[in-house]
Design a protein around this ligand. Sequence first.
Ligand SMILES: [Zn+2]
Length: 348
Amino acid sequence: MNDASRPISKTSAAGLLSGTISVLLMGCGPDERAAGPVPSATLQVGGERVFVPMDEEPTYHLLDGYDPRWSVQLREGIEMGRKYWGGFGPAHVWVVGREGEGSIDRVAREAFIDEYCGWRIAGLDRTMEECRVHATERFIDVAERGEPEAYLSWVDEFDQPEAELVFINVHRWYLEDDPVPDPVLRGIHEYTHVFQMGFGSMPTWMMEGAAVFSESWIPWVEGRCGFDVVSRRMGRLLDRIERMEDSDLTIADMEDIDSASQAARDHHRELAYDAGAWAVVFLVHGSPSGSMAAFRDEFFPMVTTLGWERALVEYLGIESIAAFYEGFEDFMASPRRTRLIVLGEIGR
Ligand SMILES: [Zn+2]
């Protein structure tokens, strides 16, 4: 399916036209709906904390005329994420789409762009004109082409950077028989990145892996599905990893998508998203408590104080990152049944 999935990346903090900002483009879902190109200019999240703890809900901005049910589903996911991870921000959620044919109503389009640019250039040395061109290309043109997109970017020109959670044509990802509607999962995924960016730099596989795992884990914690759904979704990731031709590649090749080899970039979905999600399972299971709650409450703060490498080594009581990667390879070589049992053993 045509789709836009983008791994963690960030364009250089250039102007509005080049990607606004530091764009942390992140694709989503672990399933077939999320194939897509690797953006050309990418770099890791900076070493520092980008977002801050806050109780306020994100601010939602919807294109008038796009069915509100989609933003309701996205918000449901974002709220599930906030409840699980804790509130971080500030964040703005931009929801745009067009179902059916034709172009977007001019009045609705202008109102949306005005709303976006009013916020985007406030207090900055930028013109409305410049912003309108950029916003039209970034939101309206994509919506009218019918392409679905979901990603997180942020405006680091503000004293306190603000998150932009962008969702375009998410109705394209909706399937009647999904146990939890896909737009809900997109909300969980992108919000998980907001949370992660409240702590500091992490490798691509960890950022995407935790976000993908959250799409399965959080709805289950919230009672929205049975554990069979978690196992099935995680099993689908294994199917894809197994289909990967370049079997020598591992998550160690996907620490930073920017400096990754072309072969690794060609398999960024399997490495960052699919294997990444299982690496998080392996990580959590191997921690002293074996629980996701401790991963959230203890590991992430350690990333801030120690950096991700020392945090991982100390959290697991292992010798080195290399030892983690080796252990993970052994784990992935174990029978699928074993891996699914390990998944089931993770504590809340
Ligand atoms: Zn992502």
